[in-house]
Design a protein around this ligand. Structure first.
Ligand code: DHK
Length: 147
């Protein structure tokens, strides 16, 4: 049985749908989870969100051993957390760094990601609809590795 995909979300994403809807849209994180689970297929999917850097790092460590691929929106940790970067450096499977907004069109503080150099791929600007597409892309990446 193949290991599940993991989708991990960082700080303030629990407020999705209410938080700056002009940037992040009105889709809630619960709706995103539902769409991701539908896209995941048989291998299943673990979907979590935390406002704690320590908890996110613990889940990344868990995903190293328990997942087949990782979709992570580190949110604000993306731009300053070397601890999250160091944890992701250890991740050995396909990993997509995901941002709802196009961080490169925003203020300069959003332009340099510590995560991108250690990610397999980066998605930004698709809106919350992109999460499920990213899950399908990760499934294909895992299938290609299995061949
Ligand atoms: C989400 C956040 O919470 C911000 O801190 C990032 C990211 C952007 C997103 O677009 O999903 O800068």
């Amino acid at each position: 049985m193949r290991k599940p995909l993991y989708v991990l979300n960082g700080p303030n994403l629990n407020r999705l749908g209410l938080r700056e809807p002009e940037i992040y849209g009105r889709t809630t994180l619960a709706e995103v989870e539902e769409r991701c689970k539908a896209a995941a297929g048989q291998e299943g999917l673990v979907f979590r969100q935390t406002n704690s850097e320590s908890e996110l790092i613990g889940w990344i460590h868990e995903a190293i051993d328990e997942s087949s691929a990782l979709l992570i929106n580190p949110a604000a940790f993306t731009f300053y957390s070397m601890a999250v970067m160091d944890a992701l450096k250890m991740y050995p499977h396909p990993m997509i760094e995901f941002h709802i907004s196009n961080v490169h069109k925003r203020e300069p503080m959003y332009h340099t990601s510590l995560v991108s150099p250690v990610a397999t791929a980066v998605m930004a600007g698709t809106g919350a609809r992109g999460y499920a597409h990213a899950v399908r892309i990760l499934r294909e990446m895992v299938d290609e590795r299995a061949c």
